[in-house]
Write a protein that binds this ligand. Structure first.
Ligand SMILES: [Zn+2]
Ligand SMILES: [Zn+2]
Length: 357
């Protein structure tokens, strides 16, 4: 069955069934819960959008979708209902992303780790800035998105989690606490990160970058500095011209295109298909990589696996640090498997690679 192929008529039938059964019975008979983020608005009434979208499938596809077959959000239910011509309203704004908390935390820090009121001009300014960040799509926001009241509340959520705060903390989330601790452990670096996010928004650079794969696979855990600076990091690494220049400079000096961490060489393993291929990792820490040109010495040659492992968890190891990990494990492995390995050719000799200039 094709998910999402629902029509206006089928949605109207689901709404009619909803009205006939009553909300509670409608939800329970199809196994849905109450809507938390989106509602469908029809003739002045609000409906649980995910449940309605799922049940509408009964008439176009023969059976209702179960809750675990799709999401209620912009990728599924909300999008399908809009496409069928219905109004979908966001009832709950998206959770704060790490980047947003970094900016709020920086403000709280500059205010001596005290919360700020909604009338404070710095809160009003931050509210405007947060609305410009290219993180949450317009379709996910309602009219209260990051308004001064919400921003002020967040500053108290952060301030009341400070270890020296006397009294009960306000709600807040785990991410608030995590970012607060990053700030306490590395105040200069995190402040730099906040400044870079501000600058990047002011120049428009951050708004022009696409989301990275990591955002889909690993949330934004891989970068304590947030996903926007991560996007910039990736964009610099993927810059074709720069990578070309880096590769040329290595080849000109007689080096080979092998991973600086594990020695993997694409051509050696994949033949012609891998010839001339290698990724680049930008070795300057995110909070230092401000404006200015990327130098070839800022780029390390790295295979796709090692690159993913570097970015997987903060703090990121340098290629040399990752190399130490890989070599130690290889030594252990080869000791354990001596008998088996004797006859085999070990892939990739340990030739140290020049790091470029
Ligand atoms: Zn590698
Ligand atoms: Zn990288």
């Amino acid at each position: 069955m094709r998910r999402g192929a629902i029509t206006r008529e089928s949605v109207l039938k689901a709404l009619a069934e909803h009205d006939e059964l009553g909300r509670a019975a409608f939800l329970s008979s199809y196994g849905f819960g109450e809507a938390r983020s989106y509602v469908l608005v029809h003739e002045g009434q609000e409906y649980d959008s995910k449940a309605v979208a799922g049940v509408a499938h009964k008439w176009t596809q023969g059976r209702a979708l179960t809750p675990d077959e799709f999401s209620g959000g912009k990728d599924h239910a909300a999008a399908w209902l809009k496409r069928a011509g219905f109004q979908v309203k966001v009832i709950r704004n998206p959770d704060w992303a790490r980047d947003e908390i970094i900016l709020a935390c920086h403000l709280v820090m500059t205010n001596g780790w005290r919360g700020l009121d909604a009338q404070d001009s710095r809160v009003v300014e931050l509210s405007t800035l947060l609305q410009l960040l290219p993180i949450h799509a317009e379709a996910e926001r309602n009219e209260k998105f990051r308004n001064p009241n919400g921003v002020a509340r967040k500053t108290f959520d952060i301030a009341t989690r400070h270890p020296e705060y006397q009294g009960r903390p306000t709600k807040g989330g785990a991410l608030d606490v995590a970012v607060l601790h990053e700030f306490l452990a590395r105040p200069e670096e995190m402040s730099e990160a906040a400044q870079l996010i501000r600058q990047g928004i002011a120049t428009g650079e951050l708004q022009s970058l696409l989301p990275t794969d990591e955002e889909e696979f690993d949330d934004d855990y891989s970068a304590p500095e947030g996903r926007l600076l991560m996007r910039r990091h990736r964009a610099r690494e993927r810059n074709k011209g720069l990578r070309r220049k880096k590769i040329d400079s290595v080849l000109q000096r007689g080096g080979r295109l092998a991973c600086e961490a594990c020695d993997f060489a694409f051509e050696q393993v994949y033949g012609d298909r891998g010839a001339g291929y290698i990724e680049c990792h930008h070795v300057v820490p995110l909070h230092e990589a401000g404006e200015g040109r990327t130098r070839l010495s800022d780029l390390a040659l790295i295979c796709a696996n090692c690159h993913r492992m570097i970015h997987r968890q903060a703090p990121w190891p340098t290629p040399a640090e990752l190399r130490t990990i890989v070599e130690l494990r290889r030594q252990k492995g080869s000791r354990g498997a001596e008998g088996i390995m004797k006859q085999r050719d070990v892939v990739g000799g340990m030739v140290p690679q020049p790091s470029g200039s």
